[in-house]
Write a protein that binds this ligand. Structure first.
Ligand code: HEM
Length: 386
């Protein structure tokens, strides 16, 4: 088949999306229940300890931001799909987090998460998806730690078992794991389990590149997405370290310092599946080779300087919202076993918050008032970017 030439990149003919790119196994329903039960065990423990309903995973937020997503004009037909079908600007909310389901000091260094909520998206909704939002939920690594939910359940049980342990032990374990990760990296590899237990390098979250890790439907095709820094102040942070030992909220402090002075610009990029064997849908641990299909920019994310975290923002986003790959349109249906099982687990975790302490968890229709600064400016909605 012919290739499509974009101004800079050649896109090899992508694999069309059809329902049979997924293979649903008979055991998945039970496995999902087991994983949900472990996650809800974490939620129950943290609630008993802290009397606050938290997310079962990614409980601690480091920055809660508003901004704008600009879908690029003139995309080739393969990339002008779903939300990216035509050039447009959408308000967005971003939540930066780290993985544990309990609120640990940042010296326990774990993978960085980024959840993006795009507001006001038209299109047929995914099953049970309320409102008119499209979420993209990402982590700072190109693939998931295990091929499917079976391996993940083992890792999760190990993490759940540490939920009650005293913080001092976790800090010590984290230091050992950070050393172990350095050794593993020096052999040219990384370990998802070591990172999850506190072995993540203490990189600044704003210098990182984030990935959906697992695929989603991209209109007529299949893709993974990633978000990469696209302005000098962010790029300057890539590979830079935060002194995570000086303060339990060192990462939040660094995010607040950054956005007090700078804005941020990122590229949202799509990697189309062009070879279903080399870029499988059902093996979540497989990094799709970029030499076969590169990540190509489809949108730009603009975030103006603002107060990166506040109690009011936390009430609006940590307590009042949930992010899930299943919040969105059919054109971006989450694909593969890990994506399928996330639906029920995210619903249960967010449902607990909705049922406790009078919280309402809902899809926003606009940037909430909590994002208005004292001067009355609504960050991210009133700033024009050329
Ligand atoms: C079996 C696989 C997974 C399970 C069971 C799982 C479970 C969860 C749960 C229960 C939450 C909290 C939801 C809430 O209470 O609102 C969550 C949040 C999150 N997950 Fe996952 N997850 C999985 C895979 C992934 C993957 C593949 C990524 C990204 C590549 C990811 C990134 C995140 C992020 C960034 C958040 C925080 C969302 C927010 O800011 O609200 N997860 N996950």
């Amino acid at each position: 088949m012919a290739d499509t030439v974009t101004p800079h990149i050649t896109v090899t003919a992508p694999v069309p999306y059809t329902p049979d790119v997924e293979t649903i196994e008979a055991y998945e329903e039970d496995l999902t229940t087991d994983i949900k039960d472990v996650v809800m065990g974490i939620v129950g423990k943290t609630y008993a300890d802290g009397h606050q309903p938290l997310r079962g995973i990614h409980a601690k937020s480091h920055a809660l931001l508003s901004g704008e997503l600009e879908v690029l004009d003139g995309l080739p037909p393969e990339l002008a799909q779903g939300l990216f079908a035509k050039s447009a600007r959408y308000p967005v909310i971003l939540r930066f987090s780290t993985t544990p389901g309990d609120i640990l000091p940042d010296s326990v260094s774990t993978p960085r998460g980024l959840a993006i909520k795009v507001i006001g998206v038209d299109g047929e909704r995914l099953p049970d998806a309320k409102g008119a939002t499209q979420d993209f939920v990402m982590v700072n690594g190109p693939a998931f730690s295990t091929p499917n939910g079976k391996g993940f359940l083992g890792n999760l049980k190990m993490l759940a078992a540490t939920t009650d342990r005293v913080e001092g032990v976790k800090v010590a374990v984290s230091k050992v794991m950070q050393g172990a990760e350095k050794v593993i990296e020096s052999f040219g590899s990384t370990s998802g389990a070591v990172r999850a237990l506190g072995g993540e390098p203490a990189h600044h979250p704003l210098g990182e590149t984030y990935y959906t890790q697992v695929p989603l439907r991209y209109g007529d095709y299949i893709a993974k997405l990633s978000l990469a820094p696209a302005c000098d102040p962010l790029k300057d942070l890539t590979g830079g370290h935060i002194d995570i030992d000086h303060h339990p909220y060192a990462i939040r402090e660094a995010m607040i310092d950054y956005f007090a002075v700078h804005g941020g610009e990122w590229e949202l990029r799509a990697q189309l599946c062009t070879d279903i064997d080399a870029m499988p849908v059902e093996d979540a641990s497989k990094v799709w080779p970029e030499d076969k299909s590169p990540f190509i920019p489809v949108a730009r994310l603009h975030v103006p300087p603002q107060t990166a975290w506040s109690e009011t923002r936390s009430a609006a986003v940590d307590d009042g919202m949930s992010f899930s790959p299943w919040h969105g349109i059919m054109a971006h249906q989450p694909l593969g076993s890990i994506m399928r099982l996330r639906k029920r687990v995210y619903e249960a975790s967010a449902g607990f918050r909705a049922q406790h302490d009078g919280h309402t968890v809902a899809e926003p229709t606009a940037i909430p008032g909590a994002f208005r600064d004292d001067d009355g400016a609504e960050d991210g909605t009133d700033v024009f970017y050329p």
